[in-house]
Design a protein around this ligand. Structure first.
Ligand code: AGP
Length: 607
């Protein structure tokens, strides 16, 4: 996620802005910049890479004269992480500078229209469209507030922005839709930021801007207006009691917990720009005019491998595309039998995993077509893939991957439906049903996460003593069983094995005893009777069982954890956070370092 900080007051603004951006670094970024007005002229200084690069460019005394300005750390979504694409972006006439967090879905059509009106652009970003549009409307005789209103009424997507104009250096405008923006109320100074930590050392009095509201701030005033009619809005300030660290996690104890609870928002972000609700179709622009793979090899590691394994069931079942899923470190060292007709999909949150990157390069040596499914824009895998599809999950800080897998599963489901529709083997009615489930999923999940968290806390004391755990599942719940076991292993250090439930009688059941509990994924689907008989075998040997199931599945186990009823394969999106929260609470109970587990790195860039 990008980071925004803006200041207007009586102090030199640049040091405050730079320090504010440093307190937003945890959000992840690949470029940074600052803009301010001096003697009726806008200065914009920006650079790719870290804030230290920006600081080196800010070594002149001049930058201490301004007492207002806007700053930004960019997490690239459209356009590579280059200086040109870094924020702030200027209007063509040099009067306005703007920073933005979010995704303007219709920026291409807006840009085309502005170009037809003679506006020239300097970047590949969606953000630049917004500042050019505002300047265009001001040139047409509108006030800045009116120009913002007219521009935002044309924008589709999410935004949080801050804007300055060179003739009113102490005034800053802002607005938001779906991306957070918070105002800080100081003494003779005011702040705007994506997140509270950016200005917390200066004030604990905040005002939360809501969607479809515009703010206009000066050193002495904070004014809010409705986007719809520009009517003034009165809003009380809120006193914040967090310290900086807590604020970066938005009050959550760990980044992992924050990222688990971000999953509803992540699903919304994944769907943004990929569903045409009016036509009831799935849109994957990256695959337009690209042939449909006759068969697909998926190559990945860890959690990303589990996402690929999960997708295999859907791609074969719904899109009738044969899929092989391979662990990258195995794939890269064996005869892969690929050729120029082969299709390989590499899945990687970081886009830097050494084994997966090596798998990509091996596939390309064999002339195969490589699709990269990545979260980090401009990462090595993203840049070297023939086709790159971003999962739009925002930066994932915790070493244990959570929201990234959710975003990979959503994106893979969208790909499955897209290809099935192209092959004309799925009805419009079925597509409509999937789209309905997809767009309601975020709210449904949001309504369950707090109860899930409570359930995980209840179960932990009963099972945290285990020396080993089985995770059992069938069908698409087998990859999820593998993921549940991985989560428990990597943050609580309890040994755990994910297993295909039907495999138990082929040896593993010999391990079962009262000290070796089982976590069963048992949704009420066609395989439930099979899982039930597997669990009876476990119980017959004194094994304790937690079953993640549905109320009417009527399982007789030690602990049942109920999920809402939902259409296949959407139950997966309720199973995943339950597994994550169980592992999280178990690790907490055992006093482990959840965000930085021993021996692990967020991205395994060496083999
Ligand atoms: C997941 O919790 C682990 N941190 C790890 O298995 C991770 O999924 C794996 O290293 C792959 O990372 P990538 O998705 O960035 O390629």
């Amino acid at each position: 996620m990008c980071g925004i900080i803006a200041y207007t007051g009586h102090r030199p603004a640049t040091p405050i802005i730079i320090e504010g951006l440093k307190r937003l670094e945890y959000r992840g970024y690949d470029s940074a910049g600052i803009a301010f007005c001096l003697q009726n002229k806008l200065s914009v200084i920006k650079t790719e890479g870290k804030l230290s690069n920006l600081e080196q460019k800010l070594n002149s005394q001049e930058v201490l004269l301004n007492t207002s300005g806007i700053g930004h750390t960019r997490w690239a979504t459209h356009g590579l992480p280059t200086t040109q694409n870094a924020h702030p972006h200027l209007s063509q006439n040099g009067r306005f500078a703007l920073v933005h967090n979010g995704i303007i879905e219709n920026f291409k059509e807006l840009k085309k229209d502005l170009i037809s009106k003679g506006i020239t652009f300097t970047s590949d970003t969606d953000t630049e469209v917004l500042v050019q549009l505002i300047a265009y409307y001001v040139d047409k005789g509108n006030s800045i507030l009116q120009a913002i209103q007219k521009s935002l009424n044309q924008v589709k997507g999410s935004y949080a922005f801050a804007l300055i104009e060179c003739s009113q250096p102490q005034t800053i405008w802002a607005g938001r839709c779906s991306s957070p923006l918070i105002l800080g109320k100081g003494q003779g100074e005011n702040f705007i930021a994506s997140d509270i930590p950016a200005f917390l050392p200066y004030t604990k009095e905040v005002i939360f801007l809501e969607d479809y509201e515009i703010a206009e701030i000066t050193p002495s005033q904070i004014k809010l207006f409705s986007l719809s009619h520009l009517t003034p809005i009165a809003r009380e300030t809120v006193l914040i009691h967090w310290d900086i660290q807590a604020a970066q996690k938005e009050g959550y104890k760990h980044f992992m917990l924050k990222e688990i609870f971000e999953q509803p928002q992540v699903i919304e972000n994944c769907l943004r720009g990929r569903i045409d609700a009016s036509k009831q179709t799935i849109i994957i622009p990256e695959l337009n005019d690209i042939p449909i793979p006759s068969r697909l090899k998926i190559v990945a590691c860890g959690t990303s491998y589990h996402a690929g394994l999960w997708a295999k069931y859907l791609l074969e079942d719904i899109a009738k595309i044969p899929v092989e899923v391979e662990i990258a470190s195995e794939f890269r060292y064996r005869e892969s039998l690929l050729d120029r007709d082969s299709w390989v999909m590499v899945i990687s949150q970081s886009g830097e995993t050494a084994d997966t990157l090596a798998g990509l390069r091996l596939a390309k040596e064999k002339k195969a077509t490589v699709i990269g499914l990545c979260n980090v824009i401009g990462s090595s895998i993203a840049r070297e893939s023939d086709i790159t599809i971003y999962t739009q999950a925002g930066p994932e800080i915790s070493v244990a991957s959570t929201k990234a897998m959710c975003s990979q599963m959503i994106t893979l489901l969208l790909l499955t439906l897209f290809w099935a529709k192209q092959k004309q083997i799925i009805s419009q009615q079925t597509i409509n049903s999937f789209i309905k489930q997809l767009v309601t999923l975020p709210e449904q999940l949001k309504n369950n996460l707090t109860a899930y968290h409570q359930k995980a806390k209840e179960l932990t004391p009963k099972y945290a003593w285990a020396k080993s755990f089985f995770y059992l599942g069938r069908g698409i719940y087998y990859p999820l069983a593998l993921e549940g076991a991985l989560k428990l292993k990597e943050i609580s250090y309890i040994h755990a094995e994910g297993y295909a439930a039907g495999e138990m009688k082929h040896g593993p059941i010999a391990l079962i005893d009262p000290e070796f509990p089982t976590f069963a994924l048992a949704p009420k689907d066609n395989l439930l009777p099979k899982i039930k008989s597997n669990l009876q075998e476990v119980q017959a040997r004194g094994g304790k069982i937690i079953a993640l199931t549905e109320p009417d599945a009527l399982l007789n186990v030690d602990d049942t954890w109920f999920m809402p009823r939902s259409q296949h394969p959407f139950t997966s999106f309720f199973v995943l956070p339950a597994l994550q929260l169980f592992a999280y609470e178990t690790a907490i109970y055992l006093g482990k370092d959840v965000d930085q587990p021993r021996n692990l790195a967020k991205s395994v860039t060496v083999e």
